[in-house]
Write a protein that binds this ligand. Structure first.
Ligand SMILES: [Mn+2]
Length: 333
């Protein structure tokens, strides 16, 4: 089904619903929160009931977003919603919510841009070509009868800004810039948003960063680089998991490195692995082998083992992927 038809289906579902729950993935980012707030602002303007839920709440650097105070950690009345909109979740489990999606009479609208999304909704608008879930939310909102105001525009802009790494990653499409430009026309101030998102770091985050960078390790042929975050480091610097966001871009930024890796120790002693590629290695493939998932250039998984074991395994896998590529190219050429 074409994107256009799917947008029309979502619009119909939003028109018909009266009592909405808008949810997004745990450890939310700018896309999860920005998309949620933009959608909720338009649904509210249409006179519909709308609760916004994220199990982890709004990260510190996004609490200034218009309507952020409306995000709750749990649904008010889990049975009351006729329509549940799931945003930026590659699968229903990503919400971290124990919410029955298959309740009779309940419509589930799944809007997402993760490849491999199993289309778990009653209505699905899934397009991995979208730069952010907010791009798809924007396409839906502009077809709605209520105008897209400043609050919604700020959510959409912030979502696209953060999901494209400030318009630096490969998902920075013409459409991404076009939508961002339209949001600026609606009054969004790019310098102010950037200041609020990036220039309000707690000092503990920099203390944490300095410890994390000391763990920097390169693969045998310098094609992958890895940093590690332990729970002890978070304790010592009075920081939380949300402060680690973006650190994986440091190993990725090294000259000659193709894949940046970040290992973060979880409460159960396992490690959450973040993988970021410069484009040659498809890290979603590697993440899937480890039981995780994601995009071609940004993916993640949770794995067992010590940091040294995990690192060795991933270094091996990345360098093998590059060898195979070189071999294929040579055979083809
Ligand atoms: Mn996203």
């Amino acid at each position: 089904m074409s994107r256009k038809l799917r947008i029309a289906d979502v619009r119909k579902a939003l028109d018909a619903g009266r009592r909405f729950l808008v949810v997004s993935h745990q450890s939310p980012d700018g896309d999860a929160i920005g998309s949620s707030l933009a959608l909720a602002s338009v649904l509210t303007a249409l006179g519909k009931g709308c609760d916004i839920v994220n199990v982890d709440g709004v990260p510190m650097n996004l609490t200034w977003l218009p309507l952020a105070e409306r995000v709750h950690l749990v649904p008010d009345d889990p049975g009351a919603y006729d329509t549940v909109v799931v945003l930026d979740c590659g699968g229903p489990e990503r919400t971290g919510l124990d919410l029955p999606l298959d309740q009779p009479g309940r419509v589930v609208v799944n809007i997402d841009h993760h490849p491999g999304n199993p289309e778990f909704g009653t209505v699905n608008l899934v397009d991995p070509a979208a730069c952010a879930t907010a791009e798809l939310v924007y396409e839906v909102l502009r077809a709605m009868p209520a105008p897209l105001g400043y609050s919604a525009a700020t959510g959409i802009y912030t979502a696209i800004l953060t999901d494209t790494g400030s318009f630096r990653f490969s998902n920075t499409s013409a459409r991404a810039l076009e939508i961002a430009s339209r949001m600026v026309s609606k009054g969004v101030d790019p310098a102010w948003v950037s200041h609020m998102v990036y220039d309000q770091q707690p000092v503990g985050r920099l203390h944490l960063l300095s410890r994390v960078l000391e763990t920097l390790t390169l693969s045998p042929r310098d094609k992958a680089a890895c940093v590690t975050v332990t729970r002890e480091m978070l304790r010592a610097t009075h920081t939380g998991v949300e402060d680690v966001d973006g650190f994986v871009n440091y190993p990725r930024s090294i000259c000659g490195v193709e894949v940046g890796l970040l290992l973060r120790e979880e409460a159960d002693g396992r490690y959450r692995v973040a993988l970021r590629s410069k484009g040659r290695v498809d890290v979603s493939e590697i993440a899937r082998e480890l039981g995780g998932g994601g995009h071609r250039n940004a993916a993640g998984a949770t794995v067992d083992g010590t940091p040294a074991q995990i690192r060795r395994r991933l270094f091996d896998r990345v360098e093998t992927a590059l060898d195979e590529q070189r071999l294929r190219k040579r055979l083809a050429g």
